[in-house]
Design a binder for this molecule. Structure first.
Ligand SMILES: C[S@@+](CC[C@H](N)C(=O)[O-])C[C@H]1O[C@@H](n2cnc3c(N)ncnc32)[C@H](O)[C@@H]1O
Length: 364
């Protein structure tokens, strides 16, 4: 029986995957142990300890043991994938080449090797190698002849601001509010992935309502992104503490990622009113602050209709994309103004634009 969707299974994926019927899953994302083989703790030049991946779940006795483990879970993943499905496996230089070899031997067909370019990488503290700023995602169909896999080319092009997305994805490490912390203020998990990464994976290679499975669920990044994109998910995770963290995280997701939130300008057949016109008309004043939906960030409105946020200046769309770390953003849906009406209200700038259009052009 297919497990209930939107569920987290607490267990070992080697056992749990066997219980899932063949050909039942649309998309798999796997972020397996890296097998880093860290022998000694790593210290910064100021003698503070680097919080690396030294967890028990990342330890394997030998390369052969790691290969046997990966062969076992990848065999099950291939069995449960639909013919139209695909799988993404992420890894670093420590493991991705071994995994790629195993996947090819099992019959998977590589569609892309996507490079996650970490735009804020951890420095190489010993200064003995280049700063490691990448991880690789292998995106594969079930086999050479499985040609009907989902790829949402047009959606990804729109998401990328009208340009084809390449296989290099500049995305920052999971930091700030997105990073889940324990009661001690330290990272709850050493390898939490950024939601932006999972957004691209799920958005590009599944449809609304599809089932996305993640056999190494960790903090549940895949589940959170799937929920925001209206996909179903099944997560498998061996450590109970992570299961609890993931459950809490996913239960608290209320935000949805809708296409209207990132496409700018092209969606409506209404008179085009640049943001600068609202500023010229005094509907939004130069010197005023605009706020993001969750009120976490604010940008200053400049006289020419640009926004200034920290050291970045640009259009409402550009600054919105910068803040979110996304390739595009529909600034009209992203920004809110605080108006001195009675009572004081928070108004979306899109609403203010629509009022302006109604006043000057009538109902369109
Ligand atoms: C690299 S982390 C995944 C992090 C996750 N992508 C996130 O964003 O939080 C790998 C996870 O797999 C879990 N794990 C390791 N071996 C497992 C197994 N055999 N079955 C299920 N989970 C396992 C670990 O506990 C760890 O949380």
């Amino acid at each position: 029986m297919i497990p209930k969707t939107d569920t987290i299974i607490h267990g070992d994926c080697l056992e749990e995957l066997k219980k899932i019927p063949g050909g039942s899953i649309d998309l798999i994302f796997a972020d397996p142990p890296y097998n880093m083989q860290l022998k000694n703790p790593l210290y910064r030049p100021n003698n503070t300890r680097v919080n690396g991946v030294d967890d028990p779940w990342d330890k394997f006795g030998s390369f052969a043991g790691y290969d046997a483990f990966c062969t076992a879970w990848l065999t099950e993943c291939r069995r449960i994938l639909k013919e139209t499905g695909s799988i993404w496996v992420i890894g670093s230089y420590h493991n991705i080449f071994r995994i790629g070899n195993i996947m090819l031997n099992l019959g998977f067909w590589i569609l892309n090797d996507v490079t996650w370019h970490k735009t804020n990488p951890m420095p190489n503290f010993l200064g003995k190698r280049f700063t490691n700023a990448t991880e690789i995602l292998l995106w594969c169909s079930k086999g050479k002849d499985s040609k009907k896999y989902t790829f949402n080319h047009k959606i990804m092009k729109r998401y990328n601001g009208g340009k084809q997305m390449t296989s290099v994805w500049p995305i920052k490490l999971c930091v700030g509010e997105e990073r889940i912390k324990g009661a001690d203020g330290k990272k709850a998990h050493s390898t939490q992935k950024p939601e932006e990464l999972l957004k691209r994976v799920i958005l590009s290679s599944s449809r609304k309502g599809d089932t996305v499975l993640d056999p190494f669920f960790g903090t549940g990044t895949t589940g959170a992104a799937a929920k925001k994109l209206k996909r179903k998910f099944i997560g498998i995770e061996r450590e109970e503490s992570y299961v609890k963290i993931a459950r809490k995280r996913i239960d608290s997701v209320t935000e949805l990622w809708e296409e209207a939130d990132w496409t700018g300008g092209e969606e409506e057949k209404q008179p085009r009113v640049p943001f600068a016109v609202l500023v010229e008309e005094g509907i939004i004043k130069a010197g005023e602050l605009l706020y993001t939906r969750k009120n976490r960030d604010a940008a200053l409105v400049l006289k020419n209709g640009s926004l200034k946020y920290k050291n970045t200046t640009g259009s409402i769309h550009q600054v919105g994309a910068f803040i979110q770390g996304t390739p595009s953003c529909n600034g009209w849906k992203f920004w809110y103004a605080l108006k001195d009406d009675e009572p004081r209200s928070v108004r979306s700038i899109d609403e203010l634009r629509r009022e302006y259009i109604r006043k000057h052009y009538g109902d369109t």
